[in-house]
Design a protein around this ligand. Structure first.
Ligand SMILES: Cc1cc2nc3c(=O)[nH]c(=O)nc-3n(C[C@H](O)[C@H](O)[C@H](O)COP(=O)(O)OP(=O)(O)OC[C@H]3O[C@@H](n4cnc5c(N)ncnc54)[C@H](O)[C@@H]3O)c2cc1C
Ligand SMILES: NC(=O)c1ccc[n+]([C@@H]2O[C@H](COP(=O)([O-])OP(=O)(O)OC[C@H]3O[C@@H](n4cnc5c(N)ncnc54)[C@H](O)[C@@H]3O)[C@@H](O)[C@H]2O)c1
Length: 445
């Protein structure tokens, strides 16, 4: 039953993972819930993020395995961009209806349109007003675009994933997740890729010696990296495009991907008017995900936070809010260790304390491993891989990072040891299926 004075107990702005993983069980537990969505139901991850990207990456991963195993299989194998994009669309196209169906089956009112605040308890969508006791802002991020002459000539990650024909030459601005994942994919499908780095470092939050190794491997495959490139303008002439760098140099290209980051969707929500504090990094919340207006909360990427702005973080937050709103918890949010991975080839994945931090703290020690020392990593003829495991004085795992074609599976396998601080005897009681990546990863503990 809804609180009498309001139309809904909880109204969510946005329908991504920051919303639906918690809103669905919340409605199932009897709360009256509404979700306002201006775009595709499910938000970024299923429609133009993780799911779409990993489907485009799958043939690249297959190609890398075939390349490594070329003594055993026919190589080269051919990658087909057009059919891969079509397959990606087949994989993701049902997801908005599926997620909307789950919401509606559990009694959630789905309101299509763009919402903004009228007051702390009221949202207006298409000139209609909806009130709620609690409101959750889960509006996510949108691509940042360089504000320079010719900006309209550049494209974003969604446009890249919908390209029917892969351009012969692609220039990517930025050196973060989107840049390096899409550079890997475009290069493998045959495009001539140039990455323009703002400074001299890429993937700043990842272990830099591994990142340098990744750049060197991509360079060997033909990706060009230009460091300290200050982009001053884009232009178009004679059927191609130009990127102007440092007001001095110009490079010719066929297609420009602006991958300079993502900004919070807060403009126009009228947050200032109702007293919700925010800055350029997102909405400011306390340890209960409550904004500066007590009945308004935030969830997912739109929050200003230390934790990585990733789908598992958004899911954890939306589930926490469900527990808070049903009274299952009154405690502050207690984030577990959140792993992250860049789906390049090789991948780099990580969780917990970094090797660099461990080096400067006598409480920790790093163990460096060459993954090829483990027989299992020769099954697919892996060519290269390293990891660093970080332990405390009692030999609990407190951090791990790996660069390899299977880095994400290794870090996933190690998570229970890190999150639950397993001691050696507990580690010994975990039996992994053999022979697998998980058992190979666990052996190193
Ligand atoms: C190219 C790309 C690849 C990615 N790959 C990965 C990956 O491999 N792994 C990973 O963990 N994460 C990945 N991410 C990040 C992941 O997609 C996000 O962390 C996740 O989607 C955040 O969920 P959210 O609910 O906070 O926001 P979103 O999913 O962005 O949802 C917000 C929703 O709010 C809606 N909205 C905004 N304003 C309003 C309004 N005023 N009224 C109504 N509706 C509104 C938007 O239309 C949107 O649907 C990737 C992101 C991108 C862009
Ligand atoms: N595998 C994954 O989990 C994954 C994949 C893709 C995206 N994501 C999510 O999406 C977010 C956005 O990814 P992203 O790659 O767009 O952002 P990012 O923050 O990872 O990288 C942005 C890059 O743009 C550069 N840059 C910023 N301003 C610039 C300028 N003026 N000129 C040139 N370069 C400039 C930065 O130095 C940085 O290298 C990530 O932070 C992550 O949360 C996750």
């Amino acid at each position: 039953m809804s609180t009498k004075a309001f139309d809904y107990d909880v109204l969510y702005l946005g329908s991504g993972h920051g919303t639906f993983d918690g809103a669905i069980p919340l409605a199932a537990k009897g709360k009256k819930v509404a979700v306002v969505e201006s775009g595709l139901v499910g938000g970024t991850c299923p429609n133009r993020g993780c799911n779409a990207k990993i489907t485009l990456d799958a043939p690249v991963a297959l190609q890398r395995t075939a390349e490594a195993m070329q003594q055993q299989v026919s190589y080269p194998i051919n990658l087909n961009w057009k059919t891969t994009v079509a397959h990606k669309q087949d994989v993701i196209k049902e997801l908005p209806d599926f997620i909307a169906g789950l919401m509606e089956d559990n009694g959630i009112k789905l309101i299509k349109g763009w919402g903004h605040f009228v007051d702390a308890h009221t949202i207006e969508v298409n000139a209609k007003r909806y009130s709620a006791e609690k409101i959750v802002i889960a509006t996510g991020l949108h691509p940042h675009r360089l504000d320079i002459p010719g900006r309209q000539l550049a494209h974003d990650s969604s446009e890249f994933m919908n390209l029917q024909k892969l351009p012969k030459r692609i220039t990517i601005i930025g050196a973060g997740y989107v840049s390096l994942e899409f550079a890997t994919i475009a290069n493998a499908f045959g495009s001539d890729v140039t990455v323009l780095m703002h400074h001299d470092k890429a993937l700043r939050k990842f272990h830099q010696p591994f990142v340098e190794k990744l750049l060197a491997l991509l360079e060997k495959r033909g990706v060009k990296f230009i460091k300290n490139a200050d982009i001053t303008a884009f232009s178009a002439a004679y059927g191609s495009k130009q990127v102007h760098i440092n007001d001095a140099k110009m490079i010719e290209t066929g297609w420009i991907l602006d991958a300079t980051g993502r900004d919070p969707n807060i403009a126009g929500l009228k947050l200032k008017e109702i007293g919700v504090a925010y800055d350029d990094d997102g909405i400011i919340v306390n340890d209960h995900l409550q904004t500066t207006v007590p009945n308004i909360y935030a969830s997912g990427d739109v929050i200003k936070k230390e934790q990585p702005k990733l789908t598992p973080t958004a899911i954890f937050e939306s589930k926490y809010l469900q527990q808070l709103f049903t009274g299952e918890t009154t405690s502050p949010i207690d984030y577990p260790a959140i792993p992250s991975v860049v789906f390049t080839s090789p991948r780099i994945a990580k969780v917990g304390i970094t090797p660099v931090k461990a080096e400067s703290d006598p409480a920790f020690s790093n163990v460096h491993n060459n993954i090829l020392d483990n027989w299992y990593r020769h099954v697919e003829s892996e060519q290269y891989g390293e990891n660093i495991l970080t332990f405390d004085k009692q030999h609990h795992l407190v951090g791990a990072t790996e660069i390899s074609e299977h880095a994400e599976d290794v870090i996933n396998a190690l998570l229970p040891a890190l999150e639950f601080k397993l001691d050696s005897s507990q580690v010994g009681r975990i039996i992994n299926l053999f022979p697998t990546i998980s058992s190979a990863a666990w052996e190193a503990l």
